[in-house]
Ligand binder design. Structure first.
Ligand code: ZN
Length: 482
């Protein structure tokens, strides 16, 4: 057979194709591209400003004239529109169905290696951003944020401790050089890739959002003494101030929810609360298998809920005492009292036992027996439980944090009851434990408890119950499992 040139070329082409196919099949995946390092320099990011009475144009112009790249980030374009200087771009953060996700590729918007978050009304100082960047890069590896004041008031260095299990952020005066947060208006500079590796890179207010996320990661903050001047601005109108205040409250609340913080303890000892209250629903849903949702998330009872439970327990104890209903701390609440004089930090309700024969002495209980839930003079809601022969007092009609009241009656010296929910600790006990009942500190007041508490608790929970804490249902989740 003669091999024509044409045949030879064809055979060659087929062979080459097969080889290519084989190579493509065998070839290792392309190496992961490391995120782009960016070009040297700093981009100014304007994020914290209001749509009304802002200084956006002035602030942008001041930095853009240095020249430094300036980017304005906002949920939606400010309205009324702001005349931005040429070259200043706008990054709209609210996703729209017809566009790619706004932050999918931040490097498209910020090409420099560093970024400075600049408050509205700041004026540029030539060279200061570069000095901040140098301070960041010369610092030890833990320094990931640099702050410089805006205006004449120096920044106050704060320490920030996060207690995620207790949903708490705690500020205290910091030693200069080891701050985790600052008080005062500040320009904040960090590496662009650090910023966009955060779960909430552009949450507002920017400083708090950054300080908390940085504290979670052990990032250090360095404070520069040199300041940026603040613009001289016409005073904000009272209406503008009111509007700004309202918006900042909403924003603050949203940020705290995102960050999982329900209580802030400030450096001066004041506290701010963001969790549930009398008018809201409680912070967690219906409890299944005696394991509330927050336990599965690795957290303990939200501080607002503990506070509401303490308040309800104190109120109910007061009413029962005043009306002559004999009650005592039961179950996990007695265990908490014995351990720490308080509600167990992961408990979700409070349990009291009561003498069944005393129920009619308390008008609220008597009304609950009759059927309808009844709200008392202080807004607590008394009702007969749907699940059986016991009573519940809720913190309020909307917030269902509650104290359970378990009616027991004596039979031949043993306290018994008619409804058993099948919990291991739910057992009969000798009435002698209630003769007499004894006062015991609990949840900020003095409650009544069975005498010989240890024997009572070990009868119910088994030996060593006081010394060996465990979650309510270890089959679902054990203490120390996080
Ligand atoms: Zn709560």
């Amino acid at each position: 057979m003669r091999v024509t040139l044409c045949r030879a070329v064809l055979a060659g082409a087929i062979g080459l194709n097969l080889l290519l196919l084989y190579c493509a099949w065998r070839a290792p995946p392309p190496p992961c591209r490391s995120p782009p390092r960016g070009v040297p320099g700093v981009t100014v990011l304007l994020r914290d400003f209001e749509d009304f009475e802002n200084d956006l144009a002035g602030t942008a112009r001041s930095f853009a004239s240095l020249p430094i790249p300036v980017l304005v980030a906002a949920e939606t374009a400010p309205y009324p529109p702001v005349p931005l200087p040429a070259g200043v771009r706008m990054l709209l953060l609210r996703p729209t169905a017809d566009q790619p996700p706004p932050l999918a590729h931040p490097e498209v918007h910020i090409r420099t290696r560093h970024v400075a978050l600049v408050p509205d009304g700041t004026r540029a100082v030539p060279g200061l951003l570069e000095r901040m960047r140098n301070a960041l890069e010369e610092g030890d590896g833990d320094t990931r944020l640099v702050a410089a004041p805006v205006g004449s008031v120096p920044l106050r260095c704060l320490e920030l401790q996060l207690e995620p299990r207790a949903w708490t952020a705690r500020y205290s005066p910091g030693t200069p050089g080891v701050c985790q947060a600052v008080e005062g208006t500040a320009v904040l500079l960090l590496r662009t890739r650090d910023l966009f590796a955060l779960p909430f890179p552009l949450a507002r207010p920017v400083p708090t959002a950054l300080f908390v996320q940085a504290a979670f990661r052990g990032w250090r903050l360095r404070v520069m003494p040199a300041a940026f001047p603040a613009a001289r601005r016409p005073p904000i109108s009272p209406h503008g101030r009111w509007k700004a205040h309202k918006l900042s409250e909403t924003r603050w609340r949203q940020l705290m929810e995102d960050l999982g913080i329900k209580r802030e303890v400030l450096a001066d000892g004041q506290e701010r609360w963001y969790g549930c209250g009398k008018e809201t629903a409680r912070c967690f849903g219906t409890v299944h298998a005696r394991t509330p949702q927050y336990l599965l998330a690795g957290r303990w009872t939200p501080p607002c809920c503990l506070r509401a439970l303490r308040e309800t327990a104190r109120h109910v104890a007061g009413v029962l005492e005043a009306t002559g209903v004999r009650y005592w701390l039961e179950g996990g609440s007695l265990l908490g009292a014995a351990r720490l004089g308080d509600i167990i930090p992961w408990d979700y309700d409070v349990d009291f036992g009561i003498y069944r024969e005393d129920v009619s002495k308390c008008q609220w209980l008597a009304m609950a027996v009759a059927g309808e839930p009844v709200e008392d003079n202080e807004g607590f809601l008394w009702e007969k439980a749907a699940e059986g022969d016991f009573y519940r007092v809720h913190y309020s009609r909307s917030n269902r944090l509650h104290v359970d009241l378990w009616p027991f009656y004596p039979r031949e010296g043993v306290m018994t009851k008619d409804t058993w929910l099948g919990h291991p600790q739910d057992v009969e006990f000798p009435e002698s434990f209630l003769r007499p009942r004894v006062p015991m500190p609990f949840a900020g007041f003095t409650a009544m408890a069975p005498n010989n508490v240890r024997a009572f608790l070990e009868l119910k929970f088994g030996p060593g119950a006081i010394e060996n804490p465990e979650y309510p249902n270890p089959a679902v989740k054990r203490l120390g499992q996080d």
